[in-house]
Design a protein around this ligand. Structure first.
Ligand code: V07
Length: 264
């Protein structure tokens, strides 16, 4: 009897969740969602576990949120998995983090293929261990013809160095006469960034309560709605994603009439 009650309650909760999703799908949803997945270490510390246990749990959350994003029809999900600053962490932690892409893909790639997800990355892959690069390259190759959700991992990524590299490439093209200086505008500059094939994010979520951008997509976030949440990344669930999207939709509706005028 108790089990039955639990089952009944679960399916009712699911109905509530399905209604909530239907409401969300009745309005425009953000096409590109970017997430700073913070709070993995703190999650582990709260449980007196090593930090790497938090990263492992965080990886499981990535799987869940990828599925949710796909179901909601989000077009691009960019996840900040490893920053250029993260090399400063203790060696054992860096070594563990570098194994996560392989671990993630060895269990999840078949499902990504099945679900029509396209894997991509931004960041300097050269500094990653060869086996990590191989696993990621394999996933990119295996999913290159998929046209569903783009799952874009920022790996060894830093926004300032992305911008500086873009300036170097652009000035070299100007010197060679490939680009005229007068033709440099937002769109031209964007095409030199690692995100050249992607739209700018519509919504940025940062978990774990820090109110900073931490060198993440500084150029691309110029007009993005920012949503900061106190929840630690391993505790982030589909409900939290829905909450952030609902907030995005309320803001879009409120500013809908004004966009293009004084807000931007
Ligand atoms: C990492 C788990 C999520 C929380 C933040 C830090 C730890 C998934 C990947 C990944 C990357 C590339 C790829 C497939 C999966 C990953 C790192 C860290 C370095 F093709 N999670 N995750 N990579 N964490």
């Amino acid at each position: 009897m108790f089990n039955k009650m639990k089952l009944w309650k679960t399916s009712k909760d699911q109905d509530v969740q399905d209604d909530r999703i239907s409401q969300i799908l009745a309005h425009p949803i953000p096409e590109h969602v970017a997430i700073i997945m913070d709070g993995n270490g703190r999650w582990a510390k709260k449980r007196t576990l090593p930090r790497i246990a938090g990263h492992h749990e965080g990886m499981k959350t990535v799987k869940k949120i990828t599925k949710s994003a796909n179901r909601l029809g989000i077009k691009t999900l960019t996840l900040y998995a490893f920053s250029t600053e993260n090399w400063k962490r203790p060696k054992n932690e860096v070594d563990y983090l570098m194994k996560l892409p392989e671990q993630f893909l060895s269990s999840f790639l078949p499902e990504l293929i099945e679900e029509n997800v396209k894997v991509s990355t931004m960041g300097d892959m050269n500094r990653l261990p060869a086996s990590t690069r191989r696993a990621v390259d394999h996933a990119i190759e295996e999913t290159k013809d998929n046209d569903g959700l783009i799952l874009n991992f920022a790996l060894n990524y830093g926004s300032r160095s992305e911008i500086i590299d873009a300036i170097k490439d652009l000035s070299s093209d100007v010197k060679q006469g490939i680009i005229n200086e007068e033709d440099i505008d937002d769109e031209c500059f964007s095409s030199y960034l690692m995100t050249k094939s992607l739209n700018d994010p519509d919504l940025l979520i940062r978990t774990s309560g820090e109110l900073r951008l931490s060198n993440f997509m500084l150029w691309q976030l110029a007009y993005t709605e920012l949503y900061f949440m106190d929840v630690l990344w391993p505790d982030f669930s589909e409900e939290h994603l829905l909450e952030a999207i609902e907030s995005f939709q309320r803001r879009s509706r409120r500013y809908g009439g004004l966009l293009g005028e004084e807000i931007q």
